[in-house]
Design a protein around this ligand. Structure first.
Ligand code: HEM
Length: 176
């Protein structure tokens, strides 16, 4: 998970630690002295570098992952799903193009609700991965990396990807 996302929490043990940390700035980017491999990495103002540690196992129950953190984890999950289901997508694509009879087979398959649910899940994965991916690329350009903007953009990722998935679901199940 990106530091900007992990640090965009109003309350979590991890963000609490980071708020007090000289190593992480307001935007969540690692600042001077954050690299433990650097020699003499204390900040230039003479203050000692505060320690960043992972949360303990017993803190997990109370740890509330912030929304940008959820976007981040789902980006990884959706990327993995897209990758793992690539053979299925390619096979379906092949069926659609190979011959008239293979197209009929695809049409038959698409009547099955399990196929529809799987394809809908993959459509969500692609939409979430696309929206979150664009958000990450913008963050990489330091655009919208502060706390409020990062929270807003993660809401936007869910709003766009979920509403488009809903429209698709209505279409696939014949309600549109
Ligand atoms: C649709 C356009 C896409 C965009 C804009 C996009 C964007 C991105 C970005 C920016 C990352 C890096 C995230 C990071 O730095 O943590 C990433 C990771 C990844 N992408 Fe995509 N991607 C797209 C499509 C796909 C597709 C089609 C697949 C799979 C077939 C895929 C699979 C992955 C995987 C597995 C990762 C690594 C995830 C991780 O380890 O967190 N992506 N993508």
């Amino acid at each position: 998970m990106r530091i900007a996302d992990a640090a965009t929490s109003s309350f979590s043990p991890l963000s609490e630690l980071r708020q007090n940390s000289a190593a992480t700035s307001q935007s969540g980017h690692r600042a001077f002295g954050s690299d433990p491999t650097m020699k003499n990495s204390n900040p230039p103002d003479g203050t000692a570098r505060s320690q960043i540690r992972n949360i303990r196992i017993d803190q997990l129950r109370n740890y509330r992952l912030p929304l940008p953190g959820i976007v981040s984890i789902l980006h990884r999950v959706s990327g993995m799903l897209l990758f793992l289901f690539l053979p299925l997508v390619l096979w379906l694509f092949d069926l659609s193009l190979s011959s008239e009879s293979s197209f009929d087979r695809l049409a038959q398959l698409s009547q099955n609700w399990v196929t529809r649910v799987v394809l809908l899940g993959l459509s969500w994965a692609l939409l979430h991965h696309l929206c979150a991916g664009v958000r990450f690329l913008l963050l990489d350009l330091h655009l919208g990396a502060d706390r409020v903007a990062a929270l807003r953009s993660s809401v936007a990722v869910f709003a766009v990807s979920l509403s488009l998935t809903l429209v698709l679901a209505l279409y696939v199940f014949g309600a549109l």
